[in-house]
Design a protein around this ligand. Structure first.
Ligand code: PGA
Length: 246
């Protein structure tokens, strides 16, 4: 069955000294759930060298393997630095860098080509939700952001409502269940039951130790993508523990 995944997204935070957090995560990472930290690109190689039971991932990659793309990083570079995952299509990338679904799909293909597992993010804005468009928006993002060769081994889908990221606002468990159920059904329709049933679905947006147990009890939630509460092992380890206990 699907292996649970607790993924930490450090965003643009963390210096070399922060890698001591990886030591403090080893015990929590000894359970059944997989634990992943995605630090800034500058820390990936150092993190991978001392990551122990924690997997290391990138936060973005370019769609091309190399070339004249100043400032960008390719999927093979992430892989060589020791990453095994990459987050793609995070709402901050979509908003700050104008990433479209087509761009996210091209990056996902590049990640697969470099043997990275893609964590493809989707999620509605508050305006989308208030207009009753949540499922339409997520359906379109899934259709456009996922290439055809999705498998449970190469792709994770993260549902991250934009209005819940870094705000302390969390959807109700019914709202999370509705969207996760919809994502699973959409994947089944496109990829068939066997493949779709193997793809892990993460919830992300203001996950904390205090709400993790409740969120992990929601059907079709296979783990979390955690921002702020992944920066310190003292905050993240209890979330991993809650996932192991779920
Ligand atoms: P947050 O971020 O946990 O700080 O809300 C989640 C994310 O953006 O992945």
């Amino acid at each position: 069955m699907r292996r649970k995944l607790a993924a930490g997204n450090w965003k643009m935070n963390g210096a070399l000294a922060a890698l001591s957090e990886l030591d403090a995560l080893q015990e929590a990472a000894s359970g059944d759930a997989e634990v992943l930290i995605c630090p800034p690109a500058t820390l990936i190689a150092s993190a991978a060298a001392k990551s122990g039971k924690v997997a290391i991932g990138g936060q973005d990659c370019h769609a091309a393997a190399s070339g004249a793309h100043t400032g960008d990083i390719s999927a093979p570079m992430l892989r060589e630095a020791g990453a095994t995952y990459v987050i793609l299509g995070h709402s901050e990338r979509r908003a700050d860098h104008g990433e479209t679904d087509a761009v996210v799909a091209a990056k996902t293909q590049a990640a697969w080509d470099a043997r990275l597992i893609a964590i493809v993010c989707v999620g509605e804005t508050l305006d989308d939700r208030e207009r009753g468009k949540t499922l339409d928006v997520i359906g379109a993002q899934l259709a456009g952001s996922l290439p055809d060769d999705v498998t449970g081994a190469n792709t994770v889908v993260a549902y991250e409502p934009v209005w819940a990221i870094g705000t302390g606002k969390v959807p109700t468990t019914d709202q999370i269940a509705e969207v996760h159920n919809f994502i699973r059904a959409t994947l089944i329709q496109r990829f068939g039951n066997e493949i779709a049933s193997a793809v892990r679905l993460l919830y992300g947006g203001s996950v904390k130790a205090s709400n993790a147990t409740q969120i992990f009890a929601v059907p079709d939630v296979d783990g979390a993508l955690v921002g702020g509460a992944s920066l310190k092992a003292s905050d993240f380890a209890p979330i991993v523990d809650a996932l192991n206990a779920a």
